[in-house]
Design a protein around this ligand. Structure first.
Ligand code: EPZ
Length: 417
């Protein structure tokens, strides 16, 4: 297992290019199962979760070729078992359920276990797909699903679930008749998936809103499509500029999809603006103030940025409340930040953060993807050396983060533990 060694206290300055979105690429890769022709994807980030997904797709019988930055896939002779050893490493594997049922009428997908941030059930996915005519039972830890033909109908989610909306979008695209998804997730990654499906011939309206209409198609063809930039990676680099009191220019930054994050960072005292050439300039040259945060479904403040902005607040003036309303256990970074001298008190889903003058480098342990990003950010600003172990969590969602940060003035080295 690898670890990162960070020498803190260095101001970041320079230009960083934002990679393709992990959370848009994953559902789009699974959606290629629906296509009866080749799909060619651009701007696919080079991440552990992406290689896990490509392995799973090959296990399902897809042919995959990667050349000059594009990923081409053809899914002809599919079989329908997604094995536990792959699914347990990546919960998003459950996104193959909808496409497999739509394309083959059957699916056998390992039940994803829980993960560090919460139980993360898939009951909404199954309930929605049952509404379309699928039936499921659990056998030896696997979700076994089958359907004669999926038939469009009205599906109302109990809560706006990103994965549930994505599974239903994919299944409904090839169901007979119209499906209406109510209380749909509005995240930009859901919109990117819908745009990919439309490029493959699907008939979808209302994506990005809470009610989505899908007219099913007999079949979908392949297409060439470029994945949207990663708004959470971009937001993480914005915090990196703030926590080191530096200045960064972000290329390919999805500025419009980060409005809630930019508003909060500006409220704290950061300067964030879009340049004529389309790059986003992020600057912080003074003290910042703590601000209250409550994570919400899009377009609210994203839960995937909660750990990162908490690290920034540890070194800001005053005190503020961070409320995590999406997941039940998404404060795993707190114990590690406390080891670095932060002042944070957790009660249930709420954390009270009081700014301190300085953080000290320390040996800390990554626990999940965004918690590890939070520790990297704290390490950039801490006095002394921060040693972050188990950074395989980080590699799941950030493309060579130490290379990108070292190119703008950080001092991070990767060592094997
Ligand atoms: C997606 O997870 C993202 N992952 C997560 O990003 C992100 O945090 C989350 O959406 C919320 O924005 C990918 O896109 C691969 P949900 P997902 O279904 O789809 C409950 C990261 O760091 N729920 O929107 O699993 C669930 O427990 C990852 O990149 C049910 O109860 O999230 C949670 O409380 C972490 N039953 C809430 O809904 C269900 O069937 C939102 O979950 C489904 C969800």
């Amino acid at each position: 297992m690898d670890k990162l060694i960070i020498e803190g206290g260095r101001r970041l300055s320079g230009t960083i290019r934002v990679s393709g979105s992990k959370n848009a690429a994953l559902p789009i890769l699974f959606a290629a199962i629906l296509c009866d022709g080749p799909a060619s994807l651009g701007n696919v980030p080079d991440l552990r979760d992406i290689s896990t997904t490509l392995n799973l797709l090959e296990t399902l019988g897809c042919q995959i070729q990667k050349a000059d930055g594009r990923c081409s896939m053809e899914c002809r002779n599919l079989h329908s078992e997604a094995p536990y050893e792959l699914v347990r490493t990546m919960r998003a594997s459950v996104l193959c359920l909808g496409p497999l049922l739509a394309r083959t009428g059957r699916a056998r997908v390992a039940l994803p276990g829980g993960c560090a941030i919460g139980a993360r059930p898939v009951d909404q996915h199954l309930k929605g797909l049952e509404r379309l005519g699928a039936s499921f039972h659990i056998d030896e830890g696997y979700i076994v699903g089958k359907c004669k033909k999926l038939t469009g109908t009205r599906v109302a989610f109990d809560m706006p679930t990103v994965g549930g909306t994505e599974n239903l979008l994919m299944a409904a695209s090839m169901a007979s008749g119209e499906t209406v998804i109510e209380n749909a997730a509005r995240e930009p990654e859901v919109v990117d998936l819908a745009n990919f499906l439309i490029a493959c011939g699907a008939n979808i309206e209302g994506h990005g809103e809470s009610v989505i209409h899908i007219q099913g198609r007999e079949s979908l063809h392949g297409c060439a499509y470029d994945i949207m930039p990663d708004r959470i990676e971009a937001g993480t680099f914005m915090v990196a500029a703030g926590i080191t009191r530096g200045e960064l220019l972000l290329e390919n930054c999805p500025h419009d999809e980060l409005k809630a994050v930019i508003a909060k960072l500006a409220e704290m005292g950061m300067e964030i603006g879009r340049l004529e050439d389309g790059r986003t300039r992020v600057k912080c040259d003074g003290r910042l103030d703590c601000v209250d945060i409550k994570t919400q479904p899009y377009p609210g403040f994203p839960t995937d940025m909660q750990a990162q902005i908490m690290a920034l607040m540890c070194l800001s003036r005053g005190a503020a409340v961070v409320e995590e309303s999406i997941f039940e256990n998404r404060f795993m970074h707190v114990q590690e930040l406390l080891r670095m001298g932060a002042n944070i008190r957790v009660s249930g889903r709420t954390a009270m953060v009081k700014g301190v003058r300085r953080l000290s480098g320390a040996p800390v342990m990554a626990s999940d993807l965004r918690a590890s990003a939070s520790l990297v950010l704290a390490g950039l600003a801490a006095h002394g050396i921060t040693d972050i172990s188990r950074i395989y969590h980080l590699d799941r969602g950030y493309e060579s983060i130490e290379k990108k940060l070292n190119a703008v003035g950080a001092a991070i080295s990767r060592q094997s533990e």
